[in-house]
Design a protein around this ligand. Sequence first.
Ligand SMILES: C[S@@+](CC[C@H](N)C(=O)[O-])C[C@H]1O[C@@H](n2cnc3c(N)ncnc32)[C@H](O)[C@@H]1O
Length: 290
Amino acid sequence: MVKRKTKKPAKPLPLRVEKTSGVEKTASTQKLISTYHTLNKQLSAVLKAGDAKTAATIRSEMEALGGLHAYQRASLKGGNEKKGLGACGSWLVTFLREEQKARENATAPGAATAASPGAAKTKLRLLDVGAVSGQTYAKQASWIDVSSIDLNPQSQTVKKQDFFERPNPKGDDERFHVLCLSLVVNFVGDPKLRGEMLIHARRFLLPSGLLFLVLPLPCVTNSRYMTHEHLLAIITSIGYTLVKQHFARKLAFYLLRRVENGQFKKVEWAKKEIHPGIERNNFCIVIRKD
Ligand SMILES: C[S@@+](CC[C@H](N)C(=O)[O-])C[C@H]1O[C@@H](n2cnc3c(N)ncnc32)[C@H](O)[C@@H]1O
């Protein structure tokens, strides 16, 4: 479980919300998603400042937009619901198939796959955080054993749980070969909590386990505080190494492997402008040492 600290009050951000009417059109869907993200960020800031009154106002603005449910519906429009894949599952599945084949064919004991070769006939265990309806890996049920959580589950197969509240695993039977954070880190409003989320995810990975991280492309191509290289420097410093990466039209996919303690040095990463420009966004990840 991640402890969230309360900080000194900050000025509440001005509320500027434009109403949208449902999710029928791509433009209005996009608008709903970005307005919801803005409100979520504002909510994090005022909660940190202990401003319950403004937090209530922001929450009612979010409800007026249709709440988390409408946001989820809007964000799933980018995915491929008919095929049972979310926005991002297919890229990972292609890789995991190769990983699974490698496990099955593995002859060299100790090969660095997401699971030990000895367990070649067992299913890959995958934790999908922010799974919504838990359908993304349904077609791979014969070889992937999926556990799904979400703040607001849309089916009974998904457990209602805040990942930050998930207790640290007591042993390897509570850890996973693969953990997915697909379009979830950018959903978190507070840059420090984004860092905490990535650190918390590592606790749930088996040795050599894989973190699948998906972000909207502009988070790494058009932010004042983030670039692809900066993201890699951050993730390297908190115990991951890059396996594979892909930029699609709108999304950035990162497949990262857990590195063991002693093989990386944790450093602090503050909010610092590294990619100036007027039209940039403010996506940022902050890492604190403790
Ligand atoms: C944009 S949707 C992502 C859907 C899906 N993973 C995909 O890639 O299409 C983000 C989801 O993350 C969930 N989420 C955000 N923060 C979370 C947390 N701390 N714990 C669990 N779920 C979370 C939200 O409820 C929302 O359903």
